[in-house]
Design a protein around this ligand. Structure first.
Ligand SMILES: [Zn+2]
Length: 315
């Protein structure tokens, strides 16, 4: 299946280069103007659906009339009328064959006097616009395009709004959970850096849950919060280790103060010559956090982008 998809992509890209139709990788279809007709080419299995919106003397042509005409074109297996559009089903084993079929169909339409028309109003316009909602690609005249676009703009405003402040709180809660895990893993004597990946996951998920959306801004905020939290988590872990050692070796002098150790961590590290160890720990932790963040952010951001359902373009 995957292989077929890749082949299909090459196939459609080749047709795109030859015909000037635009290739949409998200829907694996072609759309644009060819031979004076606006068409959309959708693919399924080994067949292709070629969509056109045409009229003759102001009305939609008779389906049987079109079927009879299409019977003369080799490779066309079916003609249907769907939502004011005629759909020619064609089988093609090579891009050359598909291009020939598209050429034959459009020639046939022009010979029979069918003209290119707006899907909605049937207006005979030469400057058609495309509206590409998630469901399908349709071609509209400028008037209809603006009307429909106005409606979709209104619904844009109702779309999920990103609550940045709530997101920051979510990212903070998430990263604190991650920090606690980093410290706990470290206390158990394991490599704390694995906790970095979890920290990234919790932080990004926390942001997304509370902000209701993950934008590039949100990702940036998460990264800053993670960067700071990872630093403090590692420092707290080290301070706790120092306290343990002090309590073990100087047990007769009372318990070491965690706060005092934490505030003098830099000096203690220098005094015991542990600078390299400390930096190594920190770098490993950052590395795991980045690794975890990368996959979490990619997934979250893709999901967020998918929510932006409608997309449009002029052609
Ligand atoms: Zn129109």
């Amino acid at each position: 299946m995957k292989r077929r998809m890749e082949n299909l992509k090459d196939f459609l890209e080749k047709v795109s280069t030859e015909t000037g139709l635009r290739y949409d990788p998200t829907k694996n279809n072609l759309f644009g103007r060819f031979n004076n007709y606006h068409i959309v080419v959708d693919s399924f299995n080994n067949e292709f659906n070629i969509y056109t919106s045409i009229r003759k003397n102001g009305s939609i042509p008779n389906l049987n009339e079109l079927k009879d005409a299409a019977a003369l074109v080799s490779g066309i297996t079916d003609v249907k009328l769907e939502n004011n559009r005629f759909v020619f089903t064609a089988s093609a084993d090579s891009s050359e064959i598909l291009i020939k079929e598209i050429t034959d169909i459009t020639n046939l339409l022009s010979d029979a006097g069918y003209y290119n028309a707006c899907v909605k109003c049937g207006g005979r316009e030469f400057s058609l616009s495309y509206l590409r909602p998630a469901s399908n690609t349709i071609h509209l005249c400028t008037n209809c395009y603006n009307t429909v676009k106005g409606v979709s703009n209104l619904s844009d405003e109702n779309k999920i709004h990103e609550n940045v402040l709530a997101g920051i709180i979510g990212a903070l809660i998430g990263s604190i959970i991650g920090a606690v895990v980093i410290i706990l893993i470290g206390r158990m004597g394991y490599i704390a850096s694995i906790g970095g990946a979890l920290m990234a996951y919790c932080s990004v998920t926390g942001y997304e849950k509370l902000a209701k959306k993950l934008s590039l801004k949100g990702i940036f905020i998460c990264i800053v919060i993670m960067f700071i939290t990872v630093f403090y988590a590692n420092s707290i872990e080290w301070a706790l280790e120092f306290c343990d050692s002090f309590n073990e070796y100087y047990s007769n002098e009372g318990k070491a103060s965690f706060i005092a150790v934490l505030f003098n961590l830099k000096e203690l590290i220098a005094e015991f010559g542990l600078g390299l160890e400390y930096i190594k720990d920190m770098l490993l932790l950052y590395m795991f956090t980045i690794l975890g963040a990368f996959s979490t952010i990619r997934k979250g951001y893709q999901k967020s982008k998918m929510q932006q359902s409608s997309e449009s373009s002029f052609c």
